[in-house]
Write a protein that binds this ligand. Structure first.
Ligand SMILES: Nc1ncnc2c1ncn2[C@@H]1O[C@H](COP(=O)(O)OP(=O)(O)OP(=O)(O)O)[C@@H](O)[C@H]1O
Ligand SMILES: [Mg+2]
Length: 325
């Protein structure tokens, strides 16, 4: 039996695409990329005891995702260089592979790294995945590619790994991946990465969440956390002193500013993008900025943008499975 898995560990969210062992249907899995200290918590007769997402690394326990946000006294995440060598990053991988249910004779795992870490950390990540995944399988294949390339492959290959967009193999394609903390930009010309037209910068949805949170404090006297602000952004309002306050005008203003900042940065690399055949907008941030982002006449939001890197990794894994790559 062979199992293919695409894993996209973002600074904000981890996205996994694999097939369900029972039904064979593809399933997307998502969790917040947060690792925190393990806390036993208080259990009271008659009250709900919290369900916790737990992962162990070298027999040390950690909380993951929403459980960490809720219960951990210390969050271990960082975005410094060396993040992929950290215990927290290892814990995210351990948890991701457990959720992917990856017991299989043959296992194919494809993942990615932000473009600015790709050259330096590719081998490190590959060894880390092998170390964690080897206990699940007999034969293991691991590939690490630049993150936004996943979105390209989500269109280029279909779910079985077959090329369905031959035209893109002869084109110059731009990909702008807007994430939680960062945005990555890559250019692919005839299936090769154009290195001088790549960029990575620390601007993402969290940039707007920071300012929205500050605006809410100035208007209503409460400074929500970034996760709380994200929920409020989705709802269009926030509860303060027991009553709902409309935050739509604040959101509109700050997301417009963020879209302008990202547009300016993309234009320093691509200018007016006249020499590019198409520009793909991807990442969960591109979905959030959809009403505000009007980059080029030939730029478009690709389907399932938050998952599309993971979908492309999965498609590539299927391609490797067919031995055609
Ligand atoms: N359907 C949606 N509508 C609006 N916003 C969305 C939607 N789906 C995802 N998002 C936003 O996408 C953001 C996360 O995007 P994504 O998962 O691509 O980031 P990431 O890859 O973890 O971050 P980074 O690239 O910085 O590592 C979140 O802020 C979330 O609010
Ligand atoms: Mg991302």
């Amino acid at each position: 039996m062979t199992k293919s898995i695409g894993v996209d560990i973002g600074y904000g969210y981890t996205k996994i695409v694999t097939e369900d062992n029972g039904t064979g249907l593809r399933k997307p899995i998502l969790f917040r990329s947060i690792i925190g200290t393990y806390e036993k918590g208080i259990q009271v007769e008659g009250l709900k005891s919290p369900t916790k997402e737990i992962v162990s690394v070298a027999s040390q326990r950690f909380l993951v995702g929403c459980s960490a946000v809720k219960h951990s006294t210390r969050i271990l995440n960082s975005r410094e260089k060396g993040w992929i060598g950290s215990v927290a990053y290892k814990a995210l991988w351990g948890y991701a592979l457990r959720l992917a249910d990856c017991n299989s004779e043959n296992l194919l795992i494809v993942s990615g790294l932000p473009i600015n870490f790709y050259k330096t950390d590719k081998e490190k990540l590959s060894s880390l995945i092998k170390e964690i995944a080897k206990e699940y399988c007999l034969n293991l294949t691991v590939r690490v590619i630049p993150q936004p390339l996943g979105s390209f492959f989500s269109l280029f290959f279909d779910w079985s790994g077959k090329v369905v967009r031959e035209d893109m193999a002869h084109e110059k394609v731009g990909v702008l991946d807007i994430g939680y903390y960062t945005s990555d930009l890559i250019t692919i010309h005839e299936l090769e990465v154009v290195e001088k037209q790549t960029d990575s910068y620390e601007t993402g949805i969290s940039t707007a969440l920071e300012t929205i949170s500050r605006d809410i404090e100035a208007a209503y006297g409460m400074r929500p956390s970034l996760d709380h602000t994200a929920q409020a952004l989705e709802k269009g309002s926030i509860k303060v002193f027991g009553s709902e306050k409309d935050i739509k005008p604040i959101v509109q203003k700050r997301l417009t500013e963020l879209a302008q900042e990202i547009t300016a940065r993309a234009k320093t690399v691509w200018k007016n993008a006249a020499d590019i055949d198409r520009v793909l907008l991807t990442g969960g941030g591109a979905e959030a900025l959809k009403p505000y982002l009007n980059l080029f006449q030939h730029s478009f939001l690709i389907p399932e943008p938050q998952f599309s890197n993971a979908i492309g990794y999965y498609n590539l894994a299927r391609r490797l499975d067919g031995g055609k790559a």
